[in-house]
Design a protein around this ligand. Structure first.
Ligand SMILES: Cc1ncc(COP(=O)(O)O)c(C=O)c1O
Length: 401
């Protein structure tokens, strides 16, 4: 049975007081807190298991290698992938850069993204376009923040090489119709990359069902350590995606004339990886599995619905992306107040929210605003915390008016 109070006890940092008030952590879109099992896993790794992997014949190294490869299986299972399709990276940003740098584009290729992308899913493509006379095309959004998916077909041309789209908007929380995008892309034989940074923490993801070509996410938004991410790609890309990084641990033979690389994910993982981070990610997934992703989704939707209803009661509050098909993220502004001031006052009441452009400046330009206040929920948040936030917001608005 899902019990938020039991879950709360598993996250040591959430006992903390901030500015003399119990911490209400609503900045999960930026990064999530870590359960004790994940913290213990990292500590255990360095106390009992630390060795470099893949190269050693000694026992400790062989054991660490087994743990690392077991973690790859756990991650694969989590998104219903094959373990040979999971590449460990340093995060979503790194994963996207690896695809942008290694994709077999032709000069003058066109790449389609959306107006709500995180900068990490804009800049790597923009760089490629600048250097290769390519063109970035943008799927616009409606006034309510949803995608104008009907415009996608018109954006596609014979030069379209790739569509890269966020699964869930980190700023608006809107869940994009990625299944429909993949379907349209398939009709034109165009590969699709899905940025899953904000979807994997909130909903079940099945990469086989999604049927895109690439799916990327960060561990730290999934109750796991920072500095680790995942690049899933369909097997066929393992051979055709070019290497953007090369080095130790990726080869069969090296001479000064020529190098023969190994097959599979290791080819894309040069150098010593973030071993403890990968083990921490597997441990976080085990924790999520024990709680149940369906339970997490259901709980977070209750929070989303309740918080949205409460915020809609304020005449001074405007929510951006005030639609229904959303993950547990709400962006809003208080009329006449700068988001930084609202965020700073909320912090005085122990409520941690994110303020600013959320690395989505083009989206901010669309709405004609400098930024928003964003609350984003995780599995450990509660209705009681939303009540504390709403009371703090009431007081903050009074002070600002
Ligand atoms: C949708 C989305 N994409 C990409 C990123 C970048 O993730 P990271 O900084 O972990 O690489 C984020 C981070 O907020 C995000 O929300």
């Amino acid at each position: 049975m899902f019990d938020v109070n039991t879950i709360l006890k598993d996250f040591p940092i959430l006992k903390k007081q901030v500015n003399g008030k119990p911490l209400v952590y609503f900045d999960n879109g930026a990064t999530t807190q870590k359960p004790k099992t994940v913290i213990d896993c990292i500590s255990k790794y360095y106390s009992e298991q630390n060795a470099n992997i893949h190269r050693g014949v000694h026992t400790l190294s062989r054991e660490a290698t087994i743990l690392f490869e077991e973690a790859r299986k756990t991650v694969a299972h989590f998104i219903n992938a094959d373990e040979n399709e999971i590449v460990f990276t340093s995060g979503t940003t790194d994963s996207i850069n690896m695809v942008a740098g290694g994709f077999p584009f032709e000069k003058g290729s066109e790449i389609i993204i959306t107006e709500m992308e995180h900068h990490s899913n804009i800049l790597p493509w923009q760089l490629w376009c600048e250097r290769n006379k390519g063109k970035l095309k943008i799927i616009p959004i409606h006034a309510d923040g949803t995608l104008k998916i009907e415009e996608l077909k018109d954006l596609i041309s014979i030069n379209t090489a790739l569509i890269a789209v966020t699964h869930v908007s980190n700023t608006l929380g809107i869940i994009n119709p990625v299944e429909e995008i993949v379907l349209i892309a398939k009709q034109h034989n165009i590969p699709v990359l899905i940025d899953g940074a904000q979807s994997v923490p909130h909903q079940k993801v099945d990469v086989k069902e999604l049927d895109a070509d690439f799916f990327v996410f960060s561990a730290h938004k999934l109750y796991a350590p920072t500095g680790v991410g995942v690049l899933w790609m369909k097997k066929k890309w393992m051979n055709s995606l070019q290497l953007t990084k090369a080095g130790g641990g990726t080869i069969k033979t090296v001479t000064f004339e020529r190098t023969e690389y190994v097959e599979g994910p290791s080819k894309f993982e040069p150098g010593t990886p973030n071993i403890e981070g990968v083990l921490g990610l597997a441990e976080a997934i085990k924790y999520i599995d024990r709680v149940g992703m369906d339970n997490i989704s259901k709980h977070e939707h209750t929070l989303l619905k309740y918080a949205t209803e409460c915020l809609n009661e304020f005449p001074e509050v405007e929510i951006y992306g005030n639609t229904t098909n959303k993950a547990a993220v709400i962006s809003f502004n208080v009329k006449g107040a700068h988001p930084f001031d609202v965020g700073t006052l909320l912090d005085k009441y122990g409520v941690a929210v994110r303020t600013g452009h959320h690395c989505t400046q083009p989206l901010m330009s669309h709405f004609g605003i400098p930024g928003t206040v964003r609350v984003s929920f995780g599995m450990y948040n509660s209705i009681e915390e939303i009540n504390i936030f709403i009371e703090a917001l009431k007081k903050s608005i009074k002070m600002l008016s």
